[in-house]
Design a protein around this ligand. Structure first.
Ligand code: PEP
Ligand code: MG
Length: 892
């Protein structure tokens, strides 16, 4: 018989931390904490398998579940000396979701379940605090009606605000028991009025309503969006955790809070968190009241005048410190904790690995490895390569003038400039139109995920460091300033009031996630400095890595940047990109548009010295590291003059009439330029182009070698080869130029000639092509385009639809299609090696900087990956992780 329900409590549990697939993260860790003897309210977990069965079976539960839940409720009752549904031995429970991967705020929670008109009085008598009892009941009605019955919580907020106004109260805590009773009466009347049925009084009906609501929340829109954004499969399902209630709102000796065992923004080793006195869990994350610091040190650093937990409840604080230390050691990772203090007694409600910024992740991994809590290899494995992007974000230039219009909390690092938008839809729209936006909200909610993704940064006027905006932005690596309380947002008027000025939608602001400042206008930014922890992880990664990491770069700026990020050579220098600027594009257009060889040679003669000096500089920057230079591969449409001005400029340079030039442009027009006269086809038609480039390369190599006193070995790459004869033809021209330059200079030149494998035919005929090619570089951009028959330039319009409809999981231009395009890569690598065992193999398509594609490259045994400069550190780390995994699990 399948076991659907797992109990825990009082130092024992049926599950353990390793059962997270079955019990979800929360359930597995509650079980583990119980087994460790920590104070956890007793409870039980309904497994993720029930969730799957529920959906597979038209939302019906497995037959034995009801009986299993009844037994588990008895288990809680035994441990607490209470009985669910029995007013004389009142037992209240919480019902919470908990999937395998943490999905903060995505799904639903119900607290204080089991309260009704009768049991609320028992709670009042039991606790000796009627005010607390009625406050709990009204919270329950509010939460339950929202989560289970679908009645928006704002309906209740309005009633409460009205009542508070009438009674002259500002805070919820000021309401008396009698006043809460009248609020409850109004709430219940509202439920009946809106839903046509009374608020359910039967605790069992309430419980099953809540369980079903949690399972149903797995398929709500925000959970679906969250899963899509985080690649979480639907098949994982969620578990449901039912636990005996403990109350943080039982007066001033009670509290509730959240904490991290280390600072999640900086990684600093110190307990870091927030709490509220006389409050229930959701109050802290909701950001409605401003929370207090847990430690004195944090309170002083924040300049807060509200007492810390350390000061206010020293005993509970001390227990909490001990438990958090132990949990961190036990899990060997920074923990994110939730706790409640009920009348001085500490209860642990959750532990899980804490989400953290990339900077914090580095610091924590490095310190834990240095403290021998984890190995260096583990430290390397723990850093998400893609998250390094966060470290490479710009920051505000310290010399820049700052026009500060407000200050909030530094919730997520990095600085961002953009125009103000007040809604997530507007953020998305701005992004779609290529504009940068800052999403400005009073507070964010899970419905805002798409807008947060689309925005450059997020600014909220309410909420702490653990508010939704802060947690989610950190996870996304977006700059965020939260809780900027001096700013006033008016959604209806579409304004942001700051320091007496009014900003409107579309006005530009900058946020600084490092110090919480909000600045007027755009502000100059600086490129990031990489920390010592970054260098340590990179060093450990480099020690574990097999593949080399090169860069795709053609400008000295990019090449230098890539070197500073650790690039070990250039894997792709796209020579056509060297002609986009200034006068060069005119000379390049002249060359492309020439209709006689003579005219072309005239234009080429202008390009030669530019090329030579560019190559010389690249060789010098790369100082002996390999440099692969690709012969011209210009999709013609990118270079043809488009405007009348451009036509006139090129016509003057060529000394022909604009009309004649226009005719030539028309003659060169291609319907499908990506599949047109590009790559080696151009060199076959006009070998003088390849000759000029080969000469520039060789002359630069000779000079660089002479200057450095060391041999420079250029790698010349012929693009878009499909037939070996194309390569033979171009290679013969290259070899001839090499001989000439050697004769002219008297210097022996060593060089390699290779090709890109970017057409399926090249992959299929790789064994033959390898007879002429000394290296292959997989051009997976074109190989993806030609394997799928999907245009690189037009794919975006429908690939997103494909993704949404589940036809593809990821854009194959971003992450290599391993089953299809990958199969061609694997085959070509094998065939190439069969012909030429020492053939050098690399990848230079965009996939060379994508972690999962890099993993595949390791499996195939490529020698190097090449990617854009900013992705070099990502590739170094991903290549190390791949090497460790492949060494462990093999290439299969
Ligand atoms: C490729 O096709 O993968 C490649 C690197 O070349 P380009 O993107 O310049 O066509
Ligand atoms: Mg290509």
């Amino acid at each position: 018989m399948t076991k659907w329900v797992y109990t825990f409590g009082d130092g024992a549990a049926e599950g353990r931390a390793g059962d997270r697939n079955l019990l979800g993260g929360k359930g597995a860790n509650l079980a583990e904490m119980c087994s460790l003897g920590l104070p956890v309210p007793p409870g039980f977990t309904i497994t993720t398998e029930v969730c799957n069965a529920y959906y597979a079976n038209a939302r019906c539960y497995p037959a034995s579940l009801e009986a299993d839940v009844a037994v588990a409720l008895d288990h809680i009752g035994r441990l607490t000396g209470r009985r669910f549904g029995d007013p004389s031995k009142l037992l209240l429970v919480s019902v919470r979701s908990g999937a395998r991967a943490s999905m903060p705020g995505m799904m639903d929670t119900v607290l204080n379940l089991g309260l009704n008109d009768e049991t609320v009085e028992a709670l009042a008598a039991d606790s000796g605090d009627a005010r607390f009892a009625y406050d709990s009941y009204r919270r329950f009605i509010q939460m339950y009606s929202d989560v289970v019955m679908g009645l928006d919580h704002e309906v209740f907020e309005e009633i409460l605000e009205d009542q508070k106004g009438g009674l002259g109260h500002e805070l919820d805590t000021e309401l008396t028991a009698i006043e809460w009773q009248s609020v409850i009466a109004l709430y219940k009347a509202k439920v009946e009025e809106e839903l046509g049925k009374p608020f359910p009084q039967d605790p069992h009906e309430q419980l099953w309503g809540a369980i079903s609501a949690v399972f149903s929340s797995w398929m709500n829109n925000r959970a679906i969006t969250y899963r899509r954004l985080h690649d979480i499969p639907e098949s994982w399902g969620t578990a449901v955790n039912v636990q005996a209630m403990v109350f943080g709102n039982m007066g001033d000796t009670s509290a509730t809070g959240v904490a991290f065992t280390r600072n999640p923004s900086t990684g600093e080793k110190m307990l870091y968190g927030e709490f509220l006195v006389n409050a229930q869990g959701e109050d802290v994350v909701a950001g409605i009241r401003t929370p207090q610091n847990i430690t004195e040190a944090a309170r002083i650093a924040a300049g807060s005048d509200k007492p810390s937990l350390q000061k206010l409840m020293p005993d509970a604080f001390q227990s909490f410190v001990t438990i958090s230390d132990n949990l961190e050691k036990h899990y060997r990772d920074m923990q994110d904790l939730e706790f409640t203090i009920e009348r001085g007694k500490l209860w642990m409600l959750q532990t899980r690995s804490g989400k953290r910024t990339a900077k914090a992740a580095l610091k924590i991994a490095v310190e834990m490895a240095r403290d021998k809590l984890i190995s260096k290899e583990e430290a390397v494995a723990r850093i998400d390569p893609a998250s390094l992007d966060q470290l490479l974000h710009p920051t505000i230039d310290p010399k820049a003038a700052r026009d500060v219009i407000g200050v909030g909390l530094p919730a997520s690092p990095g600085a961002a400039t953009g125009e103000i938008v007040f809604s997530s839809n507007d953020a998305e729209e701005a992004k779609a139109q290529g504009r940068k936006a800052i999403l400005v909200r009073i507070e964010t909610s899970p419905e805002d995920i798409h807008g947060m993704h689309a925005a450059e940064g997020i600014l909220t006027t309410r909420g702490g460091m653990t508010s939704h905006a802060a947690v989610v932005a950190r996870g996304m690596g977006k700059p965020c300033v939260s809780g900027a309380g001096s700013l006033r947002v008016d959604y209806r008027a579409g304004t942001l009031m700051a320091m007496g000025s009014t900003f409107r939608k579309g006005d530009t602001i900058t946020i600084d996630g490092a110090n919480g400042q909000v600045l007027k206008g755009a502000v100059p930014m600086l490129q990031p400095e990489l920390s010592g922890d970054f260098a340590a992880i990179m060093e450990w990664a480099d020690a574990a890595r097999r593949m080399k990491v090169r860069t795709n770069a053609e400008t000295p700026l990019d090449a230098r940047m890539a070197r500073s990020f650790g690039a070990e050579g250039i894997g792709l220098c796209r020579t056509e990109h060297m002609f986009f600027d200034g006068d060069r594009i005119v000379a390049m257009r002249e060359m492309i548009l020439a209709d006689t060889e003579k005219d072309r040679r005239t234009a080429l003669a202008k390009l030669l010295p530019m090329q030579r000096s560019d190559f010389l500089e690249l060789f010098e920057i790369m100082a002996g590291l390999p440099v692969t230079i690709r012969l011209l591969d210009p999709p013609l449409h990118e270079f043809l003059p488009k405007t009348e001005e451009e036509v006139a400029e090129v016509a003057a340079a060529m000394k022909v009439s604009p009309d004649k030039l226009r005719q030539r442009t028309e003659a060169l027009h291609e319907f499908n330029p990506m599949l047109g006269h590009r790559g080696c086809r151009l060199a076959v038609s006009y070998p003088e182009i390849a000759e000029m480039q080969a000469r520039a390369i060789f002359e630069a190599a000779v000079e660089a070698g002479r200057k450095a006193g060391a041999l420079v070995v250029p790698e010349i790459m012929v693009p878009l080869v499909g037939l070996v004869k194309e390569l033979d033809y171009v290679k013969a021209r290259i070899d001839a130029v090499a001989r000439s330059v050697m004769e002219e200079t008297g210097v022996k030149i060593t060089y390699l000639t290779g090709t890109m494998i970017e057409l399926p035919r090249a992959a299929i005929r790789a064994h033959v092509i390898a007879e002429a090619a000394e290296f292959f570089s997989f051009g997976t951009n074109d190989l993806t385009q030609t394997t799928f028959g999907i245009s690189r330039d037009d794919a975006a319009s429908f690939l997103e639809t494909y993704r949404q409809k589940g036809i593809i999981e990821q854009d194959p231009f971003v992450s290599l299609d391993i089953e299809g395009v990958g199969e061609l890569v694997r085959m070509a690598a094998e065939k190439g090696r069969a012909t030429r065992p020492d053939i050098k193999l690399g990848i230079c398509g965009e996939h060379g900087g994508d972690p999962s594609s890099i993993h595949f490259c390791e499996k195939v045994g490529l020698d190097y990956v090449s990617c854009s400069p900013y992705r070099v550190p990502i590739a170094r780390l991903a290549a190390a992780q791949a090497a460790v995994q492949v060494a462990k699990l093999g290439r299969g």
